[in-house]
Design a protein around this ligand. Structure first.
Ligand code: PMP
Ligand code: GLN
Length: 387
């Protein structure tokens, strides 16, 4: 045996989140790179999970998810998106959004199929497409289109669609740019794919983190789109608990059936007491996620205010817990090299945007995570303001 293997993912290295977090730890830098909050999940939620741990909810959960959690998700979706969904037939609890995205892609993409993603695109999509035998087609978001930064360029999308297009992956609220969709965008998308045999995968993990009084336009809210859509979300963002890795997929029954065929052999089921605890908390404390926009808007405002006198150019993020900054007045180094250099030499870790793009069109931009306590944001700003 040659002890060499022909890689199934030859172009894939270690994810940027691991690379930057490891470098930040090694250099003792402030980690504004990988997206995770520096604060704890709500106490009442932890108490409910603890309760279920202590009271026997410790064996396999049903493959589709604990019933009370699926019902709580259905209720929330009905209330917020006006979509009546069946907890048995339309919802599957997943191991974070990552597993949900992976299963959704494996469920529908066949060898030779094309899948459209919008750059900058979250880094887990394309490798999952490759493993399914599909081909990823990258459509860059328009940096300054339609008055909104990082908007979909409908003409480019239309030009890329063809008979091989099997799936379009959308991610709004958008990581890393904070772009959001308006309802008119959903109509445009529907019109473009009306006569095509293609499905949609909507990554909505930041569904509850939208600012300035804007509304999250879920693909679930659109009748025509919902018929062919799988929506994936995650409780990691909503409950400050990225380490719990619990999410869900909502889809029409015919897509849910296919999704579950993959999910049952990817993980089968998800941590039982955590599912029970989240179900209880969703029902008892909807105020928690209702307050998230105000909570994170304040963080965003604090971070932007702290950078007011810096040499960075920025437009306050419209959603998520990430702020994009343009460093062109400070350096002309490429973004990956600069992110590493600043982690080592000024002690601030960030994420370069170009790693999310097939062609680096995003220029001199970095992403900072502002889901941090104020002292951390202030310490980071002190270093960034010296540049
Ligand atoms: N999609 C996007 C856009 C994300 O930002 C993340 C991670 N934060 C995920 C998916 C993965 O979510 P999870 O940690 O629940 O797997
Ligand atoms: N989604 C998180 C981010 O964008 C990281 C997730 C991960 O580390 N895999 O930073």
């Amino acid at each position: 045996m040659s002890c060499k293997i022909e890689s199934k993912l030859p172009e894939v290295g270690t994810t940027i989140f691991t690379v930057m977090s490891q470098l930040a730890a090694k250099c003792n830098a402030i980690n504004l790179a990988q997206g995770f909050p520096s604060f704890d999940p709500p106490r009442a939620l932890c108490d409910r999970i603890h309760h279920h741990f202590k009271n026997g909810a410790n064996q396999y959960a049903p493959m589709s998810g604990v019933e009370s959690l699926r019902i709580a998700i259905a209720d929330k979706t009905n209330r917020l998106q006006g979509r009546v969904i069946d907890a048995d037939r339309n919802i599957t609890v997943s191991c974070g959004a990552t597993e949900g995205l992976f299963c959704a892609i494996q469920a529908v993409v066949r060898p030779g199929d094309e899948v459209i993603v919008f750059d900058p695109a979250y880094d887990s999509y394309s490798p999952a497409v490759t493993l399914a035998g599909g081909i990823t087609r990258h459509v860059p978001l328009e940096i300054e289109g339609n008055g909104a930064d990082f908007a979909i360029n409908w003409q480019r999308l239309s030009d890329t669609l063809n008979d091989k297009t099997r799936l379009i992956i959308v991610n709004f609220p958008h990581n890393p740019t904070g772009a959001i969709l308006q309802y008119a965008d959903l109509n445009r998308l529907a019109a473009l794919i009306r006569d095509r045999d293609c499905y949609l995968l909507s990554d909505e993990v930041y569904e509850h983190i939208v600012f300035d009084g804007e509304t999250h336009r879920s693909l679930l809210s659109h009748d025509e789109l919902y018929e062919r859509t799988m929506v994936v979300s995650s409780f990691g963002k909503t409950f400050h608990a990225t380490g719990w890795k619990i999410g869900y997929c909502i889809a029409p029954a015919y897509l849910t059936d296919e999704f579950r065929k993959v999910h049952q052999f990817a993980t089968f089921s998800i941590c039982t007491p955590v599912q029970h605890g989240i179900a209880d908390f969703l029902n008892s404390d909807p105020e928690f996620y209702e307050a998230l926009p105000a909570f994170y808007q304040q963080k965003r405002d604090t971070f932007c205010r702290l950078l007011e006198n810096s040499r960075f150019k920025l437009k306050p993020a419209r959603s998520t817990f990430f702020q994009i900054v343009d460093y062109s007045d400070i350096s002309d180094q490429d973004d990956l090299a600069l992110a590493k250099h600043w982690t080592r030499d000024i002690g601030i870790a960030s994420i370069p945007l170009s790693v999310f793009c097939q062609r680096a069109f995003t220029g001199t931009r970095l992403r900072f995570c502002f889901a941090k306590d104020d002292a951390t944001l202030e310490a980071a700003a002190t270093r960034l303001n010296r540049l």
